[in-house]
Design a protein around this ligand. Structure first.
Ligand code: IPD
Length: 270
């Protein structure tokens, strides 16, 4: 059986270092470029990704790198093709240097460093570092927050569940999501819109919230969080309840009790 402890250790150290960098760098002048009218990137995202990449390649020069700022800009088809070309023997580091970039730029304290490793086409290690709260979530076997085991909530009913989501950057996807929100909001205990998929997933993993629904996302936004939710005892699927795939642009995280009802609620609103 493969041992990923060295990989996980490096992912944890690198996420912390990148977190310290972006936190310290927030006070210095920021160069912000638009990716679209609704989506932006800062020079801190780019530098953090470079630092993470260097740290990985120093220790594992043959491992592959799939980072937001390196891959973004290729077409959706190319991005999917790249993911479909992952080979069984490859170790692929999937990195979002700052998930929740707009929150970071605007100084909303909801962003994270997200690092996952794929091997045999499975996510085998995942780290999400919530910089503001200094909470390091990680998973290989079992899921932890600052070294303490975490578990999803045991909310049974949607009516007793707080569900998180994000406002997608793509305006067509956003329209769909806001329609779903307006039709379903009353069926949940409440909803939160965080705009950091990584933070939303670990929030569900540790039971602060009871489910998370993300659309218009990329592998780098969710890979680490997906493993952390699974290892915390949660369910991760597509919105229609089908099994999660790395090329998914939508995911639903929930616990094993409320998952089925939430799938049915979200799908009946489509
Ligand atoms: C964003 C977050 C957000 C999602 C956006 C992403 P980024 O990531 O994950 O939750 O709704 O689509 O772009 O760009 O800040 O790394």
């Amino acid at each position: 059986m493969d041992d990923y402890s060295e990989i996980l250790q490096l992912a944890k150290e690198t996420a912390k270092q990148a977190g310290d960098f972006v936190c310290g760098a927030r006070t210095s002048e920021m160069i912000i470029e638009p990716k679209s009218r609704t989506d932006f990137v800062s020079d801190k995202d780019k530098t953090a990704e470079m630092l993470i990449r260097e740290s990985i390649h120093k220790k594992f020069p043959k491992h592959l790198f799939f980072g937001e700022e390196s891959v973004y800009g290729t077409s959706e088809e190319d991005e999917i093709k790249k993911i479909e070309e992952f080979r069984d023997e490859d170790y692929i580091w999937v990195v979002d240097p700052i998930d929740g970039t707009v929150n970071y730029i605007r100084d909303f304290p909801v962003f994270a460093i997200s690092i996952a490793v794929i091997h045999h086409k499975e996510i085998v290690a995942g780290v999400v570092y919530d910089v503001y709260r200094d909470e390091l979530f990680f998973a290989e076997k079992g899921a932890f927050k600052n070294g303490v085991p975490i578990h999803v909530s045991d909310a049974v009913l949607a009516a007793d569940s707080i569900i998180t989501t994000s406002m997608p950057n793509d305006l067509d996807v956003r329209k769909r999501i806001t329609d779903i929100i307006s039709k379903t909001a009353g069926l949940f205990q409440s909803m939160r819109i965080w705009n950091s998929a990584a933070i939303s997933l670990v929030t569900t993993a540790c039971g602060r919230s009871d489910a998370d629904y993300e659309a218009g996302i990329h592998l780098w936004d969710i890979a680490a969080g997906v493993l952390i939710v699974k290892e915390a005892g949660g369910e991760i699927t597509l919105i229609n309840g089908e099994p999660y795939v790395h090329t998914a642009s939508e995911v639903l995280a929930a616990n094993r009790f409320n998952h089925k009802e939430i799938v049915s609620i979200l799908n009946s609103a489509e």
